[in-house]
Design a protein around this ligand. Structure first.
Ligand SMILES: *[C@@H]1O[C@H](CO)[C@@H](O)[C@H](O)[C@H]1NC(C)=O
Ligand SMILES: *[C@@H]1O[C@H](CO)[C@@H](O)[C@H](O)[C@H]1NC(C)=O
Length: 382
């Protein structure tokens, strides 16, 4: 409550004051007036990509300190390197992944016996596959696209969260549905993309109390899952009032729905994305001090292309600033004191992609202090 009052007060007093309080004065970027937004996210991404570039062997092995031969260290690297202009290293890593992790059936596993030592990536089993598949598409690595897509399609029936499919899991969730939906958009499989969106919309329609939280998962026969082990709560619900929530859980669906809107011009997808983002922006503002808000930040930056809501800028700015503040001198993100190497490399590769995505979404054109400067004429579909 105190924080809320402080924030409201600061809004009246002016943005700079509010932000310096919110970030305890750690942010060196806020006071550079209108240039804060320009180029910062792109340059930050470049530093992260450079770190990886310097730690990839000619055989595509990650040689950074603490790196292990586990898919959890590799699956986001091709996308970060390729979008960052390091096609050579991206290709080498793809070769490494193909040689070491790609299975006969098109699945990705650290070994035939082990998916990965990462708990979360075992739980969201096909998530690693999607990152590599989408990067392979962008890189024209059709040798990898074909077997991996054939495997991924096994999940398109009910978009199960868990895998492998032989285990017969039928529970789904809005984050996984968004991931499968995005893969389908890349493959121009509109039927599956729309089905993924319907799964997300169905989960949204079943919410009992959005003032409390947003439940994420649904059983195969369409029942919202509201009971779970307390220790696993982060995988089942985004709590509206609590701190340290995983806001990528609804941020990714919002991002996917806007992409689907762009593909279809169907307002219902945009309306759903707007509803998710409005809801998220009313959550505990501690989310702007937690890096897992990254996908939501990207979704907001994409939404800004279609609105004139300048308030949205403040929140995009807070996400981008937090990520920038969390960058280490070597270009990686997240503190070496508090995070494992696996998490640091995973998040660094991902944040490198999202910082660049925000930049690409016209973020660099925005002058937040100048009401007259619009990032773009808000786009309208043809
Ligand atoms: C941002 O980068 C562009 C392209 O390199 C450059 O022309 C521009 O001056 C930069 N803007 C700022 C504020 O640094
Ligand atoms: C959200 O968190 C609050 C306080 O931390 C708690 O009382 C409430 O039950 C939680 N709601 C959900 C849906 O988890």
């Amino acid at each position: 409550m105190a924080r809320f009052l402080l924030a409201s007060l600061c809004l009246i007093l002016g943005i700079g004051v509010c932000r310096s309080l919110e970030f305890n004065g750690h942010n060196p970027y806020f006071f550079e007036d209108s240039v804060f937004l320009w180029n910062v996210t792109l340059e930050s991404s470049e530093q992260a990509v450079e770190f990886f570039q310097q730690h990839i062997s000619v055989y595509g092995e990650l040689t950074a300190p603490g790196a292990e031969r586990d898919i959890c260290f590799y699956y986001k690297l091709p996308m970060a390197l390729f979008t960052g202009g390091a096609w050579r290293e991206a290709n080498a890593v793809m070769d490494f992944i193909k040689l070491n992790f790609l299975q006969e059936d098109g699945d990705l596993r650290t070994s035939p016996e082990l998916k990965t030592s990462s708990f979360a990536l075992n739980e969201y089993y096909p998530y690693t596959n999607g990152w590599v598949l989408i990067a392979a598409l962008r890189m024209e690595r059709f040798d990898i696209v074909r077997p991996m897509y054939a495997y991924m399609k096994k999940y398109f029936d009910g978009f199960p969260t868990n895998g492998p499919t032989e285990d017969g899991n039928t529970n789904t969730d809005m984050f996984s549905a968004a991931h499968f939906g995005l893969v389908s958009l890349y493959m121009n499989d509109m039927k599956t993309a729309k089905k993924a969106a319907q799964t997300i919309l169905k989960i949204l329609r079943k919410q009992p109390d959005l003032d409390d939280g947003m439940y994420l998962r649904m059983t195969g026969d369409g029942q919202l899952i509201t009971e779970f082990d307390a220790g696993m709560a982060g995988f089942y619900v985004v709590n509206k009032t609590a701190e340290y929530q995983l806001h990528f859980m609804e941020g990714y669906p919002a991002l996917f729905l806007i992409r689907l809107y762009e593909a279809t011009n169907n307002d219902c997808y945009m309306d759903a994305a707007k509803a998710i983002i409005s809801w998220a922006r009313e959550c505990n503002s501690q989310m702007y001090q937690f890096h897992y808000t990254h996908k939501l930040g990207v979704a907001m930056s994409l939404l800004y292309r279609y609105t004139e809501d300048r308030d949205l800028l403040l929140d995009i700015d807070r996400v981008a600033a937090l990520l920038k503040i969390s960058q280490n001198a070597d270009g990686t993100y997240l503190s070496y004191d508090d995070n494992s190497y696996a998490d640091i490399y995973d998040q660094s590769a991902e944040i490198a992609v999202w910082m660049r995505a925000m930049d690409a979404n016209d973020y660099y054109k925005i002058d937040i202090n100048d009401e007259a400067t619009k990032p773009v004429t808000p786009l309208t579909p043809p």
